[in-house]
Design a binder for this molecule. Structure first.
Ligand code: UTP
Length: 290
């Protein structure tokens, strides 16, 4: 039971990032010099998964254009002898088999995942949110695939969140059966701090079994009038084993302004070309503020 397909939901309205997302998809906002969603596609490809379904919607055409060939640009770069750029531009269009389906209305993450049903069929599959970046020594998805290969059941990426922030997450309850792996008993969407069963928050990576589709179909709109993936996972956890996995690495919610800023700064500091001068700049800036 190998995971051969990944789904990237990218049809949300991105209201937390307005007005920047009024006329462009938040998944296309740049983290330094590439759009957020490219980092996610690269993570999937680096894990050996070549078939990717991106869930798009109105106003998201730029995503398709980004992963397609751009013949005028290729012609121009070739004519100007900019081979390095040419190779990079061509690689973006050929690194994976990218498929698209449109979610006609943004009815929530659960509904977006349900749009992938006929593409996925009866196989386990990965879901990576279009605005969730994880950086670390090992790719988050690779860690999760390793756990999946052992448990052969649904694996949800979780991270410990401050008590004051539990109401922004789906929170799991369950036993830590071995380091970093939890047997999930229940999930609660956006609980109040006093009602949270733990501080382990669900983040933007999942490996799901196809049974989830049946539960998604039966899920009625929950918090915010949206069909929540957490609600379907809650039912799934009653019917079959579901595991939480506390991945290693730093995660950024790049769909949130502060998360986006943190991701930009940290990725820039890691870059060989930009890191040293950017570090100097930040150091001087911060010393000046003390
Ligand atoms: P978010 O809740 O972060 O996306 O969903 P959003 O709804 O665009 O954000 P805000 O709160 O309005 O700023 C996580 C991921 O799920 C996708 C989003 O595009 C994002 O990548 N999503 C969300 C869908 O594909 N469809 C939906 O109906 C909702």
């Amino acid at each position: 039971m190998r995971v051969k397909k990944a789904v990237i939901p990218a049809a949300g309205l991105g209201t937390r990032f307005l007005p920047a997302t009024k006329a462009q998809p938040k998944e296309m906002l740049p983290l330094i010099d590439r759009p957020i969603i490219q980092y996610i596609v690269e993570e999937v490809v680096a894990c050996g998964i070549e078939d990717i379904l991106i869930i798009t919607g109105r106003g998201k055409r730029a995503i398709e254009d980004h992963f397609d060939r751009c013949l005028e640009l290729e012609y121009y770069l070739r004519a100007k002898d900019k081979e390095e750029w040419l190779t990079e531009i061509q690689q973006i269009a050929t690194m994976a088999n990218i498929h698209y389906v449109r979610q006609r209305e943004p009815r929530g993450l659960g509904h977006a995942v349900l749009c992938a049903r006929s593409f996925i069929g009866e196989e386990p599959f990965a879901v990576l949110l279009g605005d969730d970046i994880v950086k670390g020594d090992r790719l988050c998805l690779a860690q999760m695939l390793e756990v999946f290969a052992e448990v052969k059941a649904t694996v949800i990426a979780v991270q410990k969140v401050p008590l004051a922030e539990v109401s922004k997450y789906g929170i799991i309850s369950g036993q830590e059966i071995r380091p970093r792996v939890f047997a999930v008993q229940d999930l609660v969407e956006k609980p109040k701090p006093e009602e949270a069963p733990s501080r382990w928050g669900v983040t933007g990576r999942y490996i799901l079994t196809p049974r989830v589709f049946g539960f998604l179909e039966q899920t009625s709109p929950g918090a915010g009038g949206e069909i929540q993936l957490t609600d379907a996972l809650k039912v799934l956890a009653k019917e079959e084993q579901v595991f939480g996995y506390a991945f290693t690495g730093r995660r950024y919610d790049a769909g949130d302004k502060l998360g986006y800023l943190k991701a930009t700064v940290e990725l820039a500091l890691e870059r060989e070309d930009l890191g040293p001068p950017f570090f100097e700049y930040l150091k001087n800036l911060l010393v000046g503020r003390e």
